[in-house]
Design a protein around this ligand. Sequence first.
Ligand code: PMP
Length: 420
Amino acid sequence: MENFSFRDFRQQFPILTEQVNGQALIYFDNAATTQKPQCVIDSYQDYYQRCNANVHRASHALSTMATMDYEKARSSVKNFINANTEQEVIWTKGSTESINLVAQSWGRSSLKAGDEIVLSYCAHHANIVPWQLVAEQTGAKIKLLALNENGVIATEQLEQVIGERTKIVCVAHISNVIGKINPVADIIRVAKRFQALTLIDGAQAIAHIPVDVTALGCDFYVFSAHKMYGPTGVGVLYGKQELLDKMPPYQGGGEMIKSVSFDHTTFNTLPHKFEAGTPNIAGIIAFGAAIDFLNQQPCRALLDYENRLRDYCFTQLVTVPGLAFIVEAAPDIPVFSFTLAEHHNHDVAAALDSVGVAIRAGHHCAMPLMSYLQLDGCLRLSLSAYNSFAEVDYAVTALQRISQEKLSVKSADSRVIAPA
Ligand code: PMP
């Protein structure tokens, strides 16, 4: 196995040398968005400095250059997830827009009263609300998959919930709160038996586990660039070509048409049929740079480092008095959700922020999951491969202090270990 140099990796993220509240930043909110390496920042800037032009429109040199970089990014994504063709990779604003696209294009044109959409209790709002909207529009019903004691979608119930009326099953590959891998292969197998489609929300999985959409055999897979070291405002909808071909456009406008007249409009071929208007060209090109960056990393060694950091963080968090994980099982990716006895989640997050540690408090866009687990909300600490063991020690010591003293850690001399 090739070596992974944590220091070399970390050095590429300029923001990690910033100070927050007079303290070295410890960024533990990676499930919300990851930081960006210099090569992604440079790529973004380079587009505007060197080849800013609209794509696919003009026959001048700048536009040709921009179009080449833009389409190269699509090829990189296609290879990264092992899709069959570039036509199966649709650019969107993010996972949220990708799911809305499927709900409004496929769902609105295919669903009818009595049809069933199967979701799960661990869904992010982005994989709930678009389905509620289309259910209201079509008369389809939503059914739910329950979780087992580890917070994973339980396989025993699959055949009771998914059935003849099911038209689509939409589940998270990994929940953004629980951090455990759902049994998506089993879910896809059962859905196929009933000729139901499957949409996998890979927003959290894509940065932490290898994803092969062809091996998975799902119909749709969605993810966001900003959670995998890329820029915000860029996402991907992967869809099987034969399905995308049959689906009506999502939005109308320039670029998605073949010909327009007031009598009749015909639509462009894939992937452009779903990409109306001027896209986020700079963001998409910079996303291509993020994929190149990931491809240059020793993948297995990087994931091995991340897993060791995850295991270490879990064993350290267990030592914090009053800390209760929202599910007992250790997570599969470094996402830890917990509460601290007799402390308000936002107070704990603010206390950590005062010593430079960024974590998140709240419902994490998963209110139905919070109700399911009978919680008002929780804290979420999420790591990336640029985080260090020393940073974990520092945050855990701060948490211990917060928990014992029952007050916010505010003073600068509360720093106990210099982070890497
Ligand atoms: N699904 C999951 C599991 C997520 O974690 C997120 C982001 N928090 C989303 C969907 C939505 O992603 P975006 O906001 O980038 O569209």
